[in-house]
Ligand binder design. Structure first.
Ligand code: AGP
Length: 609
């Protein structure tokens, strides 16, 4: 869950790499470092903390060069210290390495290197073994030394390597961690993710698993697993550099909350023909395929898993296929009922979450048809799926996922309607009505966002509370999980979501005078039930913030504060109801002075187990 950047060219590698690392800080931000090939020796600067610390540590003009590698870290092995920060070097300092991933057999390698080669380790990391391995194998050919080192390593890695003996070369290797190569004019780049390179290039290579890349100023050569050079299609990036900037918003999270109407419009419009036909690009599910499915499995992590919970409601309702939703880290170690009549849906913003990727491979090995809903184009989950359904949310930088969630919901709705229509269990009139309802959501969401100041006020009343509960019924219970996660992950308030009907079976014991309870009551047919649940918690002294559709004004009689969303079909309220919860979490965290875009202990894409 780190970010790596590499550059070889004629400009200041220091500036380009540090700027690129800033764009990857959402991947990890507990320490950072850079290695430059200056006058045929490798110079390394690294330190604990944010990139701004590294900037200060590298401000001197003398420290620069035109070839280098950089790293921003999310510690897995060895705590965040100056020594454990990357890059790591060989004992003679001729080799420097940056790494994203985990070397699983590093303790063995460490013992072997110490015993056989007297290597003295300076850090507690797994990564340092790579620098020493390459060094012991170096015999005038860096590529060969890298190959031999890789043969010794087990685990997941994207690594960047520079060597003082070959100052006009930068080598990178990919296995299970993301890596791209950027194609410049007289210069070339490597990076963990697109935002790091957007300022410089639009043409990139998506590096496949077990591939090695050799960069010089005028060439990018890619070698496959058999060490044969391969030609690769150039991928043209459509995102613009601005999309990786804050554009005047105080935080990326707030910007991305406000980008949701456009993001869901973008995700919808590409799939709805002018006459309301649903055409799912990238999905080749035929009527026969859909009719043959006896089960749908939706597997994901965190917010993406919460989107899957809504997927279950709408796919079961409109496509009449049983759906099981599971967290990936559990699914991959269970004996799930998955076979060639199973549609396995993986949902992932980054497309690099290791648990989701491993679950996908498990399902594939059991014969399932794999469809993924992904935001990052060309990511591992996308590339290993039979069908890919892209959410067109644009880059999501804030660790707390927002626009990816709402665009994932749009994909769930479109998939349910598409499969229901193909199966003939969704009447065309109802389908048309639902498609019309979907098309109204971007504007309705804009009107919800216009209530931001009301939500700020509620946040001001509750930001000092140490715990908060979220309750709901039906799809609202699934949305309450997402609202609770948002509050937890950026404000560090102990937040808990529970299906409202479950309250009386235990959780209500935790409700005391003034305990904040956010009650989602957007499901018309369950509204009365929710009013009784609200009465239950009110009776124990709870301070209730209610969320309901405009036409359910009676909520005001029960709740202490209310947030109304525009009327719409019950199935679609999650898109509108989650926005006030995202804003509530945002303003509570801002009032508590939390680092909203980079919450402690978290990272944007979790590429380790
Ligand atoms: C959500 O705000 C978190 N960042 C986290 O739970 C995230 O949803 C989870 O790690 C899954 O990430 P993915 O969608 O990139 O696979």
């Amino acid at each position: 869950m780190c970010g790596i950047v590499g550059y070889i060219g004629n400009n200041s590698a220091k500036e380009i790499i540090i700027d690129g690392l800033k764009k990857l800080e959402y991947r990890g931000y507990d320490s950072a470092g850079i290695a430059l090939n200056c006058n045929e020796s490798i110079e390394i600067r690294k330190c604990r903390g944010r990139i701004s610390n590294l900037e200060a540590a590298t401000a001197d003009k003398e420290f620069d060069g035109s070839v280098g590698i950089g790293h921003t870290r999310w510690a897995t092995h060895g705590s965040p210290t100056d020594e454990n920060a990357h890059p790591h070097a060989s004992m003679d300092g001729s080799i420097a390495v940056v790494h994203n991933g985990i070397i699983e057999n590093y303790t063995e390698l460490k013992e072997w290197l110490t015993k056989e080669y007297g290597v003295v380790f300076r850090s507690a990391t797994d990564t340092e073994v790579i620098a020493h391995l390459i060094n012991i194998y170096y015999d005038g050919d860096l590529l060969d030394a890298v190959y031999r080192a890789v043969d010794k390593m087990r685990g997941a890695y994207a690594i960047g390597v520079v060597c003082s003996h070959e100052p006009d070369k930068l080598i990178a290797v990919r296995k299970d961690s993301p890596l791209i190569a950027g194609i410049g004019d007289g210069c070339n780049f490597i990076a963990s993710d697109i935002p790091a390179l957007l300022k410089h290039v639009r043409q990139i290579y998506l590096i496949e698993n077990n591939e090695t890349v050799v960069l010089t100023r005028d060439r990018v050569q890619i070698y496959n697993q058999d060490r044969k050079e391969v030609k690769r299609d150039v991928f043209h990036v459509t995102w613009d550099a601005a999309s990786a900037e804050k554009e005047g918003y105080e935080h990326f999270m707030l910007k991305e909350i406000y980008e949701q109407p456009k993001a869901i419009e973008e995700t919808l419009n590409r799939r709805l023909s002018p006459d309301g036909e649903i055409c799912l690009d990238g999905i080749r599910l035929t009527k026969q395929d859909i009719e043959a499915f006896t089960k749908v499995y939706i597997v994901a992590c965190g917010t993406a898993y919460h989107a899957g919970l809504i997927g279950k409601y709408v796919i079961e309702k409109f496509a009449r296929i049983p759906v099981e939703v599971d967290v990936a880290s559990e699914f991959r170690y269970r004996e799930p009922f998955v076979d060639d009549k199973t549609l396995f849906i993986a949902i992932s913003q980054s497309g690099e979450t290791l648990d989701t990727l491993a679950a996908l491979r498990e399902a594939k090995a059991r014969g399932a048809r794999v469809l993924s809903v992904v935001n990052v184009v060309g990511s591992s989950v996308a590339r290993e799926s039979d069908d890919v359904f892209y959410t067109w949310a644009g880059p999501e930088i804030a660790v707390a996922s927002t626009k990816a969630y709402t665009t994932q919901l749009i994909c769930m709705y479109l998939l349910a309607l598409y499969m229901g229509s193909e199966k003939g269990c969704l009447e065309p009139e109802l389908r048309d009505e639902l498609v019309a309802g979907l098309s109204e959501l971007p504007d309705k969401l804009k009107s919800v966002l216009r209530r931001d100041s009301e939500i700020q006020e509620i946040a001001r009343q509750l930001y000092m509370k140490t715990q908060t509960f979220f309750i709901g019924r039906g799809t609202d219970s699934a949305v309450s999980y997402e609202g609770s996660l948002k509050l937890k992950e950026i404000s560090y308030i102990n937040s808990f979501a529970v299906a409202a009907g479950e309250l009386k079976h235990g959780t209500i014991a935790l409700i005391d005078e003034g305990t904040p309870v956010v009650a989602l009551a957007t499901q018309s047919r369950l509204f009365e039930k929710m009013l009784s649940n609200i009465e239950e918690v009110k009776a124990r002294g709870a301070f209730v913030v209610g969320v309901a559709q405009e036409n359910c004004r009676r909520l005001e009689e029960q709740a202490d504060r209310t947030i109304f969303i525009p009327d719409c079909r019950d199935e679609f309220t999650p898109i509108l109801a989650v926005a006030p919860l995202q804003l509530f979490a945002y303003h509570v965290a801002r009032l508590r002075g939390c680092d909203i875009d980079k919450p402690k202990n978290l990272a944007k894409s979790v590429t380790v187990e």
